[in-house]
Design a protein around this ligand. Structure first.
Ligand code: BTN
Length: 289
């Protein structure tokens, strides 16, 4: 039997998507990047969109294939975790969403809580290679450099259906912002590759490395974190051994990430809690234990 070429997927764009397609990106036609990266029409590059994640979710619902990549220069309704907005000045960040289609529906032994950490680790390694920085992965979805937020991960989807299951991995990386470019209302100090490394990196090189790393996760996406992943996460964990608050309340000492993606916290009475949700902050002025 001869293998058939992949059928093209033509996205149906609607007014709510607030989409302006780009003809070129980083000084080359969009089609040239699709061809170089071997993903052809699965690459969508936009001058503007409401949110790459919102568009990716809709396209996934409509049948977009595994490995569809949406990059935008500007988002007018970018979203972060817990319903927070995500803002970045036009052209200064790398804003993208990747559609992954796991090979099977979620099973009882799976660990969906591992997904953002697995994607975060892949993104950290890609940034380290492209920009020469050491990147920390703060549970559950922040990438930090020198204690300041460099990037955020927003994973969303529907993994229970065998036929139509999908995950959207949304990643926003601050690339070329200068001090003063960040919204003063954001709750965490932010940084960019330009600030942290003293220079921009090539967004196309970073985007391609990131894409390959994240698409490569599809076969193991929902599995518990492996020993190797846990070692690599532990080496990049800024919380480990630190006194932390959860949603503003003192919670205890962070004790690392568990294979299911929960954060272990040792409380005052010595019991270990496994945190699934919440915003964790280090208590200022406390030392690592
Ligand atoms: C967070 O730190 O809370 C997650 C931020 C995720 C932002 C990215 S930018 C690309 C993609 N589209 C969105 O609307 N959000 C994600």
């Amino acid at each position: 039997m001869t293998s058939r070429p992949e059928p093209p997927f033509f996205p149906r764009i609607v007014a709510e998507d607030d989409v302006v397609p780009a003809e070129s990106w980083e000084n080359r036609p969009v089609a040239a990047w699709g061809s170089d990266w071997g993903i052809g029409e699965r690459l969508i590059i936009l001058e503007r969109v409401g949110s790459t994640n919102t568009l990716a979710r809709r396209l996934a619902e409509e049948g977009a294939p595994n490995g569809t990549l949406i990059i935008a220069e500007e988002q007018t309704a970018g979203r972060g975790r817990a319903g927070k907005p995500w803002r970045a000045p036009k052209g200064r960040a790398l804003l993208l969403s990747i559609i992954l289609r796991p090979e099977r529906p979620l099973q009882r032994n799976d660990s969906p809580g591992a997904i953002p950490l697995r994607v975060g680790l892949a993104a950290a390694v890609a940034i380290e290679a492209a920009a020469g920085l050491r990147v920390q992965v703060k549970w559950p979805n922040d990438l930090l450099v020198d204690g300041r937020k460099l990037a955020g991960i927003l994973c969303e989807g529907s993994l229970t259906s065998a036929a139509r299951g999908y995950l959207v991995a949304g990643i926003g990386i601050n690339v070329a912002q200068r001090e003063g470019d960040f919204d003063p209302s954001i709750s965490q100090p932010a940084t960019s590759i330009r600030i942290a490394a003293g220079d921009d990196c090539e967004r196309a090189v970073l985007a391609h490395a990131l894409y390959r790393a994240v698409v490569g996760l599809a076969p193991v996406l929902t599995e518990p974190l492996s020993d190797e992943e846990l070692v690599r996460l532990t080496a990049r964990d800024p919380l480990i051994g630190r006194e932390v608050t959860v949603d503003g309340r003192p919670a205890g000492t962070a004790h690392g990430i568990a294979p299911d993606g929960t954060l272990r916290i040792i409380g005052a009475n010595g019991t270990i809690d496994h945190l699934r949700n919440g915003t964790v902050r280090m208590v200022p002025g406390t030392q690592s234990r």
